[in-house]
Design a protein around this ligand. Structure first.
Ligand SMILES: O=C(O)C(=O)C[C@H](O)[C@H](O)COP(=O)(O)O
Length: 213
């Protein structure tokens, strides 16, 4: 799958909801109720970070939830791409991009939302054919002002800013012409997951899903 097709696929996912939850799942038993809670709140696109031991198993459990579009986050290597694909991930998200990662996603047919934080990184991805990117780490890298600056010379790149995005600043990102959606962990707080507060998570998702863009 070439980068242009990958970007077409990830752009379609970004268009489904204003927020992609970034999920750190410590207990596989949380996976299915968490996915149900987020989908019920209007957030169908779910990024499960490969940062925990049960992440792959969690993805497989979440993929059974009707309406859920499950992908892998923190995908760093060709090995990660293979195991994410095998676990049923339908997309991959990376904090940056490397030739090995890009080759693996093409070979495995897994759409990649590659990370970029500078004009040169964006230009390198555009050269390859990627038009949809993650802007990471959004806050520390320069926030909405940096994206506004990139839009002048590079309007063909569209972003999902992630890292430091919150209910307080999400609207600042979503109002930009080169932002399709934002990513964030705030809709699935560890404490609410541990407490099994799925209704609370649905309420957070509903607020996030109602953000305008
Ligand atoms: O692991 C990855 O590949 C990531 O995507 C990192 C995430 O973007 C941030 O951990 C989410 O940032 P917060 O919403 O500020 O918590």
């Amino acid at each position: 799958m070439n980068p242009a097709l990958q970007s077409h696929a990830t752009r379609s996912l970004c268009d489904l909801a204003p927020v992609i939850p970034v999920l750190v799942i410590e207990d596989v038993a949380h996976a299915e109720p968490l996915a149900r809670a987020l989908v019920a709140g209007g957030l169908p696109v779910l990024e499960v970070t490969l940062r925990t031991d049960c992440a792959l198993e969690a993805m497989a459990a979440m993929a059974t939830v009707p309406g859920a579009r499950v992908g892998a986050g923190t995908v760093l290597s060709a090995h990660d791409v293979k195991r994410a694909k095998a676990a049923g991930a339908t997309f991959a998200v990376s904090p940056g991009a490397t030739p090995a990662l890009i080759a693996a996603c093409a070979a495995q047919g897994l759409p990649l939302l590659p990370g970029a934080a500078t004009a040169s990184e964006v230009m390198a991805l555009l050269e390859l054919g990627y038009r949809t990117m993650k802007f990471f780490p959004a806050g520390p890298a320069g926030g909405p002002a940096l994206l506004k600056g990139l839009y002048g010379p590079l309007p063909q790149a569209t972003f999902c800013p992630t890292g430091g995005v919150s209910p307080q600043n999400a609207a600042d990102y979503l109002s930009l012409p080169n932002v399709a959606c934002v990513g964030g962990s705030w809709v699935a707080p560890a404490k609410m997951m541990a407490a099994g507060d799925w209704d609370g998570i649905t309420a957070l998702a509903r607020q996030a899903a109602s953000l305008s863009r």
